[in-house]
Design a binder for this molecule. Structure first.
Ligand SMILES: [Cu+2]
Length: 484
């Protein structure tokens, strides 16, 4: 195919933009993917032990350094939660539970622990305003009051989130509820966590952080639940995969070859299942998919190329040209029959645009939002408890970005059924309109965050702060913990 003038110009401009924005002098593209045949059983993160104390579900979580053996060779210095050298145990709680998580920091530096996707008071959100000093503990207590969903937890220290997450700190937080839904639900058997992240390795075994470009830190190797080149032995005709993109910068277009059934997104189950060819997950996003398995027939879960709406050079820098094998499903020769995916998954009412009180606009450009860099002492927006609003998210940049809103639950305004989200992709040059449902907790002094979840961008200041206030309440003084 001849290269049209427009395509040629686009590619040239893109390459120039990437080189110009590159933080280090290294190659501007993503590192070439390392291919390995599936050879290790997929690690399943253990469920975090819970205690019941005075009506509370109590979880103790310690963040600490460790050593991980990802490859046959030197080990990798990593950070993990709950006794794991890398990653974290899966915390599981029910709607209605009063949860207390006690986080102890055994790391050599200050961290925080954010409950991504959780509706909860700002003082326990675990963002930049709740630092945990080395050796200290922090307790977060709240009542879980949201539908069943695949949420997660990770550090959110001001200016250092990429480094802390890249070292390995991330775990799932599964919320269950009492609504009966006949989906596969045996954890680690037919209801399987798939935490995707990518790393490169230096010759001494340590994580290589040299390949950072304007998009962020990309790796040449995918880790699934911390396993390189994993396979999963499958015993049932259907397997539900809870896929989390925990990567600092890489997006995945997850495909199983044949179409899969999408049953859930960031914030919970869909109203009804949707058969889709693949699912695009930008950093921070989740999808629950059901994959059909035939006896003895191996299926490779793969990430397919996707330009992420960017021109060629930038798509390449974002890993958008890469094909990555994620997980090989190995069904047994005889499979236990799984129930069909129910036609109705959730009866939760969608948000109504007619209920929106106002429209806010957020322009993404140059790692800034509305031209502003994150300031822990500045309040950028004030929202009202329980309000519904329309937010118009516009990417005026050549780089792909996404937007994560703490505490709130979102639905993208597009035709068809709405999915519950907390993180939405905003491709270059595009405007994404979302309905935002603000949480019920007011706090005049502690803000929540809205930010790009590509961690380099976030650390660079692509983040604003909002207070949630009750009607008639006035903002107080927001004090910063500017330890970054
Ligand atoms: Cu971004």
């Amino acid at each position: 195919m001849p290269l049209s003038r427009r395509r040629f110009l686009g590619a040239t401009l893109a390459a120039g933009a990437v080189v110009g924005l590159a933080a280090t002098g290294c190659a501007s593209g993503a590192p070439p993917v390392v291919r390995r045949p599936a050879q290790r059983p997929l690690a399943i993160p253990p469920l975090a032990p819970v205690r019941r104390e005075a009506g509370h579900v109590v979880v103790d979580l310690t963040a600490a350094p460790g050593e991980s053996a990802f490859l046959d060779g030197p080990t990798t210095p990593t950070w993990g939660y709950g006794g794991l050298a890398f990653g974290g145990p899966t915390i599981r709680a029910r709607r209605g539970d009063e949860v207390t998580v006690r986080v102890t920091n055994r790391l050599p530096e200050t961290t925080t622990t954010h409950w991504h996707g959780m509706t909860l008071p700002a003082a326990v959100d675990g963002g930049p305003h709740q630092p945990i000093a080395p050796g200290a503990s922090w307790e977060a207590s709240w009542r879980i009051d949201q539908p069943a969903a695949t949420l997660w937890y990770h550090p959110h220290p001001h200016g250092a989130t990429e480094r802390h997450v890249h070292r390995g700190l991330a775990g799932l937080f599964l919320v269950d509820d009492d609504v009966p839904v006949d989906l596969p639900d045996r954890y680690g058997v037919d209801d399987v966590p798939v935490v995707l992240t990518d790393r490169s390795f230096a010759p001494d075994g340590s994580f290589d952080t040299a390949h950072r470009n304007a998009v962020g830190l990309l790796g040449d190797t995918v880790l699934v639940n911390g396993t390189v080149a994993p396979y999963l032995d499958v015993r049932t005709t259907r397997v539900r995969l809870r896929v989390l993109n925990a990567s600092p910068a890489r997006s995945y277009r997850v495909s199983a070859g044949d179409p899969v059934t999408l049953v859930g997104t960031d914030g919970g189950l869909l109203p009804s299942p949707r058969v889709v060819p693949d699912v695009l997950l930008t950093p921070g996003e989740r999808a629950e998919i059901v994959v059909e398995c035939a006896p003895g027939r191996r299926t490779v879960l793969r990430s397919l190329p996707d330009d992420l709406g960017a021109v060629n050079g930038i798509a390449a820098a974002a890993g958008g040209h890469d094909t990555l094998d994620l997980l090989e499903l190995r069904p047994a020769d005889r499979l236990e029959s799984s129930p069909a995916v129910p036609a109705v998954l959730s009866r939760e009412a969608p948000l109504a645009e007619s209920a929106a009180l106002r429209t806010r606009r957020f322009d993404l450009s140059g790692n800034r939002i509305n031209g502003l860099a994150m300031d822990v002492r500045r309040v950028d927006e004030v929202l009202e408890t329980g309000a519904t609003e329309v937010w118009e998210l516009t990417n005026r940049h050549t780089l792909p970005h996404n937007v994560h809103v703490h505490d709130a639950r979102l639905q993208v305004l597009s035709p068809g059924e709405r999915a519950w989200k907390d993180t939405v992709a905003v491709p270059p040059g595009r405007t994404v309109r979302v309905l935002v449902r603000v949480g019920p907790y007011a706090d005049p002094e502690v803000p929540y965050m809205i930010h790009c979840h590509m961690l380099r961008h976030e650390d660079d200041g692509m983040m604003l702060q909002f207070l949630v206030l009750a009607p008639g309440q006035r903002p107080g003084t927001v004090t910063g913990h500017d330890h970054g």
